[in-house]
Ligand binder design. Structure first.
Ligand SMILES: [Zn+2]
Length: 255
């Protein structure tokens, strides 16, 4: 069950998707990405959980539009373990790592499996359950995701994409539920598009460097000349990640 928060923006698309998965016996539930701290969003989540036992909360990564509601978790989810890669977000549980299985019910199928997918941020994970990949911000329902510098890494991101493609090819999932935007029913096409798009952007950055651009701002003027001013800051962060990947980021070129 998807609950979309009312926090639309250029960066969150239509808003953050929070997911509530229920156990086979329908008596317990796990929450993926609590989302922003909005009263109506919190109420919608708690209504969806209903009388079920909330067994676990899992965070796909640190960004506030996914994690902010954890600030008041003592009020709405007292005693519920929070599973996250970063210790500062983990609660009543050890920080999660690749391959971990987080149980949320009595059936052996009541488990989400952690797939480490660093890149968008270094603490980004995806979760597998019932042949569905919950992708956080690693893959989005529309457009492409961003890799920023220094919290993300383009080299890691490209490896994570390869890994998701490999998992798809061995049949680990056939559908993606992203943290922003609609369901991805054809993951192979989307993941291939993501990979191609990244390679094209990297080639454009290399061309801009050959034209004489040196700073992230100069490269951004060439490669992202058509972006809306409201997302210019994000575009410069992306360029920094690209320059870092290419080994061409000047040490003094900081935001
Ligand atoms: Zn994010």
């Amino acid at each position: 069950m998807r609950i979309r928060a009312n926090n639309p923006s250029p960066m969150t698309l239509t808003g953050t998707n929070t997911y509530v998965l229920t156990s086979r016996d329908n008596r317990s539930a796990v929450l993926i990405d609590p989302g922003p701290d909005l009263a109506e969003h919190r109420e919608a989540i708690l209504a969806e959980v209903g009388d079920r036992r909330l067994a676990a909360i899992v965070l796909t990564h640190q960004h506030a539009d996914h994690s902010e509601l954890l600030g008041s978790v003592e009020e709405w989810g007292p005693g519920v373990p929070v599973h996250a890669v970063l210790p500062e977000f983990s609660r009543l549980a050890v920080p999660v790592a690749d391959g971990d299985r987080i149980g949320f019910g009595d059936d052996e199928a009541d488990v989400v499996r952690v797939v480490a997918t660093p890149g968008h941020t270094m603490d980004s994970i995806c979760l597998l359950h019932d042949a569905v990949l919950y992708s956080g911000d690693t893959v989005l329902g529309e457009g492409t995701t961003i890799v920023t510098h220094p919290e993300g890494s383009l080299a890691h991101y490209l490896e994570s994409l390869d890994r998701l493609i490999a998992l798809l090819e061995v049949g680990e999932y056939d559908r993606i539920e992203p943290a922003h935007g609609p369901t991805i029913a054809h993951p192979a096409e989307v993941l291939e598009h993501y990979r191609r798009y990244r390679r094209e952007r990297i080639a454009q950055v290399e061309a801009a460097l050959e034209q004489g651009a040196r700073t992230a701002a100069e490269v951004c003027d060439i490669v992202y000349h058509d972006v809306d001013p409201s997302v210019r800051g994000a575009a410069e962060q992306i360029v920094r990640a690209q320059l870092s990947y290419l080994g061409a980021l000047a040490p003094d070129d900081v935001s």
